[in-house]
Design a protein around this ligand. Structure first.
Ligand code: SIN
Ligand code: CO
Length: 378
């Protein structure tokens, strides 16, 4: 994937999380990464998340996959949406390389939509950033002002917005990109049969992070120290929890968050946990360590689409990294190997040279290859 035709610094300073942007020909010579037929085939698979959205007698309808047939839908006014298509098609996963100016942990998935003329998912608002990359065909997009919308249920699974005034009103052609931050109402309607590839981002509420942190503390039996209050003054209002006590309770909780190592270890496991099914084999492969070592001398090793693999500045020096919801530990001197493993979707033997000379790392890598987390193309 070639870099996007985009000034990354200007984009991050002026647009990211702030305002939508149309990037005309953001991708040079862009062609569909999979065909509409292949997309329709993916949506027939049990493990793939997909939806059909259409209107029947003026009523919005939404159905969840897997689908058996599309024959009843006709030539117009419907769209098929497949989530986490990067988990199932390597060439779709490769699209994310063009977005490497944003860290992987912020990314959610690549959603692909095919729409027939008039097809749309309807006017709506997302709570995530998205880069909608136009593939074949053209699609007309309108984007309204931030926060300027009223939501309603158009169907039990479709939250739409009332008509909004457009601040962006464009027709995207193949290779164009529309960036939309959270909270801006938008609607895309296919002009002709069209494919779009949306690279979506995610954040988390403090509520969800606290909930995940609580699970982590319980699972690892952490943060058991009790609140203490020596040198307490005489209490004159026994029913009062005074501000000094409230500050003490707050400090007690903050002491957990102030432990950077604990926080990094929790976040690593929490954020690297898969959100969508991964395309791993039911029965592991049986590469030996020698096979992996020698294959790497001849060919690159690819990271499985959708696999989350991160490290932290605090943890890499200890040899820790986070993969698929788990903390992994290798020799502390393998910092370059960990960084290369997590920073690159395609690895070669030079990137892993220190690790390949370490028996424990080679054994771990072989386990990952056998699980299908990294793979050789042939
Ligand atoms: C679509 O591609 O049909 C919808 C994408 C979006 O609005 O987020
Ligand atoms: Co949207």
């Amino acid at each position: 994937m070639t870099p996007l035709n985009l000034d990354r610094n200007t984009f991050l300073r002026q647009y990211w999380q702030q305002k939508p942007l149309v990037i005309r020909q953001g991708m040079t010579d862009f062609e569909d990464l999979i065909s509409p037929d292949e997309l329709a085939g993916l949506a027939c698979e049990e493990a793939v998340e997909s939806r059909l959205i259409y209107r029947k007698d003026q009523q919005w309808q939404a159905e969840s996959g897997p689908f058996e047939s599309y024959d009843h839908l006709g030539e117009k006014d419907w769209s098929l949406v497949v989530q986490a298509a990067d988990n199932w098609a390597p060439q779709v996963a490769a699209l994310t390389e063009g977005f490497d100016f944003l860290p992987d942990w912020r990314r959610d998935d690549v959603m692909i939509s095919f729409a027939t003329p008039g097809g749309s998912v309807g006017p709506h608002v997302d709570n995530y950033d998205t880069f909608i990359c136009q593939g074949s065909g053209t699609r007309h997009w309108r984007v309204g002002k931030h926060g300027d919308f009223k939501q309603f249920s158009a169907h039990e699974t479709l939250l739409h917005v009332e008509p909004f005034e457009a601040m962006i009103d464009v027709t995207l052609a193949p290779g164009d990109i529309l960036y939309i931050p959270p909270g801006f109402p938008h609607e895309g309607i296919a002009v002709e049969p069209s494919m779009s590839f949306s690279v979506g981002y995610r954040t988390e509420s403090a509520k969800d992070l606290f909930s995940g942190l609580a699970d982590h503390l319980i699972d690892h039996d952490l943060a058991n120290q009790l609140l203490i209050d020596p040198q307490r003054p005489v209490s004159t209002s026994p029913g009062l929890v005074d501000n000094t006590d409230l500050a003490r309770i707050k400090q007690h909780l903050l002491s957990v968050l102030q432990d950077d190592e604990l926080l990094a270890r929790f976040c690593g496991a929490h954020m690297s946990a898969p959100k969508h099914a991964l395309d791993v084999p039911e029965t592991p492969f049986d590469y030996s360590e020698a096979d992996v070592h020698s294959l790497l001398q001849q060919q690159p090793l690819y990271r499985l689409g959708g696999l989350r693999c991160y490290y932290f500045e605090q943890t890499v020096a200890n040899g820790w990294f986070y993969l698929n919801g788990e903390e992994c530990q290798v020799d502390a001197k393998l910092t370059d190997t960990i960084k290369n493993l997590c920073d690159n979707q395609i690895l070669d033997c030079d990137m892993l040279s220190e690790g390949l000379a370490d028996g424990a790392f080679l054994s771990l890598l072989t386990t990952y290859v056998n699980q299908g987390c990294w793979y050789f193309e042939e």
